[in-house]
Design a protein around this ligand. Sequence first.
Ligand code: ATP
Ligand code: MG
Length: 644
Amino acid sequence: SHSPYLQLLAESGVTLDKNQAEAVTETNGSLLVLAGAGSGKTRVLTARTAYLLKFKGSDPRSIMLVTFTSKAAAEIKNRLLSYPEIKRDQVYQLVTGTFHSIFYRILMFHDGANWANEKLLKKEWQRDKILKEAGKERDISEKEFAYDAALQQIGYWKNSLMMPQDIKPLTDWDENVLFLYKKYEEYKQNNGLFDFDDMLLGCYQLLSNSADILDYYQDRFQYFLIDEFQDINKVQYELMKLLSGKHQNVCAVGDDDQAIYSFRGSDPGYLLDFEKDFPSAKVITLEQNYRSAHEIVTAANQMIASNKNRRPKRMKAQFSSGNSPVVFFSYDEEEEATMIVTDIQERILNGANPSEFAILYRTNAGSRAVFERLASSNLPFKVDQDTESFYDRYIVRCALSFLKVSLNEDDAGCMSDILPILFLKQAMLREIKALSILKDCSFLEALTHLNTTHAFQEKKLKKAVPAIRSLKSLSPVKAIEKIEKKIGYLDFLKKRGNESNQVDKGSDDLKDLKVAAKGFNTIEELLAHAEHMSAMNQEIKKLSKHFTDAITLSTIHRAKGLEYKIVYLLGAVDGSLPHDFALESSRNGDFSEIEEERRLFYVAMTRARDELLISVPENRRGKTAACSRFLRPLLTKTKKANFQ
Ligand code: ATP
Ligand code: MG
């Protein structure tokens, strides 16, 4: 039954095993491919597309191929271009991209005026501003209310197709967020604006409300191919179900062990219950891992087997043996970064290409030290377009603003950063400027002359002003400690409730900042360094687009679906991976977040082809850290066999 096209593919280097070949050629009706990491799911999708084009002679415009990122779509198109007998225009005529990009194009086509690009709320701060404005109506405090979390909650509701009228608030928090949700939608409506979530919702409404349009697309799209199906959310799923209504030909590929976006409303249930909505679907599993060294596959299998909520699956390694994963220890984040960058440097000197390396981490903040080490080396590296410099993070930036005001008491920009922290309204800045002229004093000094505030606040300011002034004579670490306690930054952050539940134990960002500050003698040095790093971040981001031969710096989330010869995983300690908030909820008996963190660990491990190096710093954020609970069973069980 082997089609001549598969033969051709194999000859050009794209071999397929028996199960893969079946998944490629089984094109009558829906198909679910459920398989572990590195088993060739994406290869199957690509080959299936080629097979449809070439062997079945399908119109490329009748094929919708959905990927999780636009980078992945570009990658698949590139692959296709190199496949035998596939023509350029065929590839360009495919309907491919992320759900967002595909459905946005449909909206633009039918209603371009209302969905023009300039009406898109691209940036988080734009959405944030709308919420804060709305919050004023209800006296929802700008400082004490976690607007970023509210924004995330609203996105979650929208992606779950929950309209304001569907939501029954149970808590004050829900009540407030629901209010903001309504206002936010109203505001967008009144001003003709839309956000990313609206691209999906808008398309869902368009198709639900217009039988003609739905009919057209149902006829047109004969084949759906969807990668990373474990991270599909409700609105995406419903859209796909709607559109595939006529031809009922959906090929979904995914791995429930790699579901890592539940905080955004993704639900692996759609993958696991696929057969409920597509009862005639065929299910194919792939069991061979073609990506990683044997020992890496074994360790990853072992790790993920501890999750209770999963479909057990077999994953065999194809290579008989390779390098065992290595766990290495360092004193802290700084030494961790130095060790990794030195190691890479050595390997590159010995002939390795920088593109072979990826450094993965749990959160962007966790990449600071590595970024700094790489920035001061000559090694080429790239970062995601949306990574902000550690020093530009809101909490860090405001801490630095205190230091800057201490050096220059007339720095208006920094004054405006610190006003909220001193519990003063932003609007006070004008008054402060006026007072400084009237009293012939600095902006900082003018704070002590403000008399519009309560006596209690006056007293606080009288204390804060000399404290701020004294910062410049302290070591950077001592200065940050003074900002935290004496000046009351931690109190402010606690009230704001913005950082995770850990604020009682201090602010994570400020702890990171203190670790970073340890290397500097004066605050001028620290500030110069921060400025330099922030500029470097901009620079590297610009260059990243054009870099091919570069080391990859990425969050684990962003590395999904990708592979690298050598992978370094940073910060394999409790609190980082698993993240603190997951540990917290497990203490309350909810293990779903811990399981998601374990899946993240699994995703990280399975990105590696030849070598996986897991880093366990003994101290993190200035405190002793425990080796990740996910790693511990592996360390004891396979002590000498798998790990040095
Ligand atoms: P992930 O779950 O991480 O997205 P995946 O299942 O999509 O992984 P692919 O990325 O498609 O896996 O494949 C993993 C690697 O194995 C790729 O380098 C791919 O080229 C290679 N590969 C896949 N199938 C085969 C095969 N039959 N023979 C040789 N190499 C293969
Ligand atoms: Mg894949």
